[in-house]
Design a protein around this ligand. Sequence first.
Ligand SMILES: Nc1ncnc2c1ncn2[C@@H]1O[C@H](COP(=O)(O)OP(=O)(O)OP(=O)(O)O)[C@@H](O)[C@H]1O
Length: 306
Amino acid sequence: MKYHFIVNPKSRSGMGEMIWTMIEPELKKRRVDYQRYLTEKRRHAEKIAAGITADEQEHMIVVLGGDGTVNEVINGIRIPEKVTLGYIPIGSSNDFARGLNIPKDPMEALNIILDPRNIIHMDLGVLTAAGRQRRFAVSAGIGFDAAVCHEVCVSRWKVLLNRIGLGKLSYAVVALDRLKKDRPVRMTVILPGGMEQIFEKTYFAAFMNLPYEGGGFKFCPEAVPSDGLMDVVIVHGLPVMKILCLLPLAFWGKHVGFRGVTLLKCRKVQIKTSIPFPLHTDGEPGFPRREIAAALMQSRLNVITG
Ligand SMILES: Nc1ncnc2c1ncn2[C@@H]1O[C@H](COP(=O)(O)OP(=O)(O)OP(=O)(O)O)[C@@H](O)[C@H]1O
């Protein structure tokens, strides 16, 4: 089967293009049947994936880019179960690769794509807000974590830290700054069957398909991408000082069990907040909203993992 390579040359502040120049000679050497598509702007990867899968037949798509490019590709795919996805991680946060044990080394990642040992049927989430839907592979969130994503996208920290190979730390640096500025809100969480829980002074809720988000925060250590369930983490009712202590622990998933950290598993959840709160899907920012819903799709994506 032909490999469709979707390459974001601008990922990790321009590293994508450089890595592709290493990968392409290897494909030629191994006589791989491939086609390359270079993304030219935001949302272009989505259009490319939509074009490849428009015939609703089986396809092999390989993404070379960051979590943002993976997100665009999964949003473009017509029927996820017809597609097998390979991934060469070149992003700043790399939570998709981290959660699926995909090697960071581009050549190693290519090897497992060309000779796959493990293919999982991965759940995909859908975030619905103001009548619009956006799919996610890693996580979606409302509140503080989404505000951090907004700011990382526009801050110079990501570019500076990417230059020294520490791009994933941009989320931690911006998180510390946002904690000083953001005010927690009242959040109502509605589960299937109508069960309602109210959380006061909530900083954020994240809906996770994989254990990590934000460049390595293991917010939902038990998240399994093929179990048919979303893991939800809600952080609420804590003083800023305690959050500052818990955030580093979250790198190892050791924040679990502390008061103010609530974890749930479900297929569907609805959230209402007292004021509009920022959103994200796989780290890509969305407009602030007061009411959203997150759910898993019926159709699953085949993903080559490490
Ligand atoms: N040619 C291009 N020029 C500018 N931006 C682009 C281009 N192609 C894609 N993009 C945009 O670049 C953004 C970031 O890409 P990507 O997520 O792959 O890398 P990253 O931000 O370094 O990684 P991560 O999401 O893991 O932090 C995406 O939102 C995508 O829409």
